[in-house]
Ligand binder design. Structure first.
Ligand code: SF4
Length: 412
């Protein structure tokens, strides 16, 4: 078996070009040379916006860029000064703070002078209430409408009642978009967009499943980078083509026995948000400990495969209600146990993300229950998606070492 150190994916170059084209398109639209821009939450109705001809920008993607570029630590203060608590979503605070300061990582990365200005803001509370508060600030500040879907959460089952409620809200959003949309709503276009979104979802799921191979050809740290198109370009042909090529590359890496972590010894499931400003440090740290993070809840969240052109509104509603973050504690626990097994993870690392209670699942006893029911060693790591004050690398290193010793014992 050959080993490919770091699995330097050839797709990295294609990803860079794809994202550059996406942001160039948004920049052009913002300058008045293209269709109007709609802002959308990361698990909002992007398919509907695309089908009606909007260019779509995702503030959470911008938030992640603020974290990864380590600008967030400086920009959050701008939102705190406006009265937004230091305890709430650091995507929200770092993004609003960046807007107030007039800075964006898009300038350095893609040459955009500013974040593309929205014509309308569209949110879905399937992930949290914070997105509504976040978009409401922009609605007040920029004087543009914010429209939303209010989803039931904590679902054990995605019931027909819940689906019917959200489906009718999607149709209401369509009507609210109509006066500002660059083209009228056509059902044929929505069906095509849904079909493309579903196909990209299935391909993304297949890409993630490649990490079930032993050794894993890529890990969570690669996933957090290559998930960008499924977030910002789902519903487009470009996303489908991208993931088809990525899947082919991963299949070929698996066939050749390539590994992302040389000498892979431990396999771990990552539960919770990435720590965006620490991806490089943590990737190096885990690689040094011969540990592959093979699966995560977070990156699996954009497998929206329940979409079905044969039943567009209801299937969109079902897809967006089925996501992990919208589900009950019992569902989540069973989901993590199943995925850990499928990916051969010997333990589960919970990231307690201080400013995101919704993507943190370690606070109501789940780690202990998983350990007792599944015999899986667990670790709860303190940190945050964007706030650098919440994470200590050296302290975390020690705790991860102890966790890996438990994995070693469990294996013995
Ligand atoms: S899910 Fe968490 S990180 Fe995402 S927008 Fe909501 S509070 Fe912020």
């Amino acid at each position: 078996m050959t080993e490919k150190v770091g699995a330097q994916l050839e797709s990295n170059g294609r990803l860079k070009a794809l994202m550059a084209a996406y942001f160039a398109d948004l920049g052009e639209a913002d300058a008045g040379g293209g269709p109007p821009v709609a802002w959308c939450t990361s698990v909002g109705p992007a398919e509907l916006l695309r089908a009606m001809g909007f260019r779509v920008f995702f503030p959470e993607n911008h938030g992640a860029m603020l974290g990864a570029s380590r600008m967030a630590g400086a920009t959050m203060a701008g939102a705190h000064a406006l009265g937004y608590s230091q305890d709430i979503c650091s995507y929200l605070t770092s993004d609003i703070g960046a807007f107030v300061a007039g800075v964006t990582p898009l300038t350095k990365a893609y040459g955009l002078a500013r974040v593309p200005r929205p014509t309308i803001l569209v949110y879905n509370t399937n992930q949290c209430r914070e997105v509504k508060d976040w978009f409401s600030w922009y609605a007040r500040t920029l004087g543009v409408p914010a429209v939303g879907v209010h989803s039931p959460r904590e679902l054990d089952e995605v019931t027909d009642d819940a689906v019917a409620s959200v489906a009718s809200q999607f149709e209401r959003v369509r009507d609210e978009l109509a006066p500002l949309a660059p083209r009228p709503f056509r059902m044929e276009t929505l069906l095509e967009t849904i079909a493309l979104s579903r196909e990209a979802s299935l391909l993304w799921g297949a890409c993630l499943r490649a990490a079930a191979a032993r050794p894993a050809p890529w890990t969570f740290f690669d996933h957090t980078i290559h998930m960008a198109p499924i977030v910002v370009l789902r519903g487009t042909r470009e996303a489908v083509d991208y993931y088809r090529a990525l899947r082919a590359e991963l299949e070929s890496l698996v066939a050749s026995g390539a590994c992302a972590v040389p000498g892979e010894r431990f396999r771990v499931y990552w539960e919770g948000m990435p720590i965006w400003g620490q991806l490089k440090n943590l990737s190096g740290l885990f690689a040094g400990m011969r540990t592959a993070l093979v699966a995560s809840t977070y990156c699996n969240s954009w497998i929206l495969d329940a979409q079905d052109p044969a039943d567009p509104w209801r299937s969109l509603a079902r897809a967006y209600l089925s996501i992990f973050i919208c589900r009950s504690e019992a569902y989540k626990e069973a989901y993590i146990a199943r995925l850990a097994k499928e990916f051969g993870a010997g333990g589960v690392l919970f990231h307690d993300s201080k400013t995101c209670p919704h993507n943190t699942n370690s606070r109501y006893g789940m780690p202990r229950r998983l350990r007792e029911a599944e015999g899986l060693p667990v670790l709860v790591l303190e940190g945050d998606l964007n706030d650098p004050r919440c994470f200590a690398l050296e302290e975390s290193r020690v705790r991860i070492e102890v966790f890996l010793e438990q994995l070693e014992e469990a294996r013995a």
